[in-house]
Write a protein that binds this ligand. Structure first.
Ligand code: HEM
Length: 143
């Protein structure tokens, strides 16, 4: 009986986990993919022997950033109705700038200019911070 109770608890916990993941926004999903690639990229950006793999990581980041343009940040709905359009347009402009950084980083890596690549990678980290500050819901503060 004890084992049965344990199994029931376990399957309920699993179901809850799946539901929580399905709740994620389409934009959040793209961001998660960018996050994985960016973490790995940062670790190896100065290592020229890894430039081919770094280019693959940037391609993943760029692809997901481009797809991110199609989705509105969840925070847009919290803006006053007359400000939402501008909020979304500003978000898209920031994302386009971020995509331009991806292009510059690709050029630096192709030229084996890792010093420049390192700077661009830092600039992408700054863009991430700024983008999140302005357009991402802060779950901890909201609750
Ligand atoms: C290296 C660059 C970036 C990385 C690695 C990154 C990573 C992430 C991660 C891991 C999340 C959490 C996803 C989740 O909640 O499931 C997130 C959310 C978010 N990010 Fe980024 N991000 C980057 C750049 C940006 C930029 C440039 C912007 C805006 C121009 C942006 C806007 C957002 C927004 C709005 C969310 C919340 C998702 C939503 O509203 O649905 N991010 N990001």
């Amino acid at each position: 009986m004890k084992i049965r109770a344990l199994l029931v608890t376990l399957s309920l916990a699993l179901a809850a986990g799946t539901a929580a993941r399905a709740d994620e926004t389409p934009l959040g999903e793209r961001m998660e993919k960018m996050g994985g690639a960016f973490r790995a990229l940062r670790r190896q950006i100065t290592d020229a022997s890894k430039n081919a793999d770094s280019l693959a990581k940037v391609a993943t980041i760029r692809k997901n950033a481009e797809e991110s343009l199609k989705f509105d940040p969840a925070l847009a709905k919290d803006q006053p109705a007359d400000k939402q359009k501008k909020f979304i347009a500003d978000y898209q402009a920031e994302m386009k700038k971020f995509i331009e950084l991806c292009g510059k980083l690709e050029a630096a890596l192709k030229a084996n200019n890792n010093a420049e690549a390192e700077k661009l990678c830092a600039a992408m980290g700054d863009a991430q911070k700024a983008g999140h500050k302005q357009y991402k819901k802060d779950d901890k503060k909201k609750k």
